[in-house]
Design a protein around this ligand. Structure first.
Ligand code: IPE
Ligand code: IPE
Ligand code: MG
Length: 223
């Protein structure tokens, strides 16, 4: 059995789901929140300590303002509604990415991080305005005075400092690319590309993936 501490997910396919079922991309974003709640419960049950969710990329700013605002409002509502519950369940929230949203949302994100910072049951990393290349560029900037740079120096200069690399990366939505997500951190991650759109992704899919993962021979270069 392979240990599983950290699961990372590219939650893709909301827009297509929404268009297909309700003729609106945004309705898919709303529906996708149900899958988020299911995954959180799953991680708690399976004692997975870190869950990283790709919620908004640095490239997603290229979307129409209406969709962006809908996503930010959804996030705000979700946090306002659920923060107390998440905190009671001893969940720690951490934002990966630069907080450059409205003042209101930035403050709410700060508040969520501060309020939950001592929790140890599960850490949810929300990748928001996150881009792996930007993250690595920041790390270079931080390290630019150092003469010798080790792999650990780089890891410790990323947003994911102190977070172990994910053992599993899942991307839903029937697309096989990384879209600028955790490029450094997934050097040895097992990757699962799923056909289902994010709102259709269910607990049996997670169970299947985790079961398959536990039987993989992880070589890390050895034989
Ligand atoms: C992923 O779903 C969620 C975000 C990027 C916020 P999409 O909105 O990319 O859904 P598709 O890929 O267009 O269906
Ligand atoms: C990746 O999905 C970003 C998130 C899930 C937040 P996208 O839908 O933005 O990715 P591309 O643009 O199709 O690669
Ligand atoms: Mg997409």
């Amino acid at each position: 059995m392979n240990p599983l501490k950290h699961m990372a997910i590219i939650m893709d396919g909301n827009g297509r789901w929404g268009l297909k079922h309700k003729n609106s991309r945004n309705s898919g974003h709303k529906e996708g929140l149900k899958t988020v709640e299911m995954v959180i419960k799953f991680c708690i049950k399976k004692h997975i300590k870190f869950l990283t969710l790709y919620a908004f990329s640095t490239e997603n700013w290229k979307r129409p303002i209406k969709e962006r605002n809908y996503l930010f409002n959804l996030l705000e509502l979700f946090l306002k509604e659920k923060l107390e519950k998440l905190n009671n369940e001893k969940i720690k929230i951490k934002i990966l990415g630069e907080k450059n949203f409205s003042k209101k949302l930035n403050n709410l994100l700060d508040f969520a991080e501060i309020k939950t910072r001592k929790n140890t049951k599960l850490q949810i990393n929300l990748a928001l305005n996150y881009g792996s290349k930007k993250e690595i560029a920041y790390a270079f900037k931080k390290l630019n005075k150092k003469k010798k740079i080790s792999e650990n120096d780089i890891s410790n200069s990323l947003f994911t400092k102190n977070i172990p690399d994910p053992e599993i990366l899942i991307r839903t939505g029937n697309t096989q690319r990384l879209s600028n997500f955790l490029l450094w951190q997934i050097a040895y991650t097992e990757i699962f590309f799923e056909k289902k759109l994010w709102p259709d992704f269910k607990i049996e899919d997670l169970n299947r993936i985790v079961k398959k993962f536990s039987n993989i021979k992880r070589n890390f270069g050895k034989i």
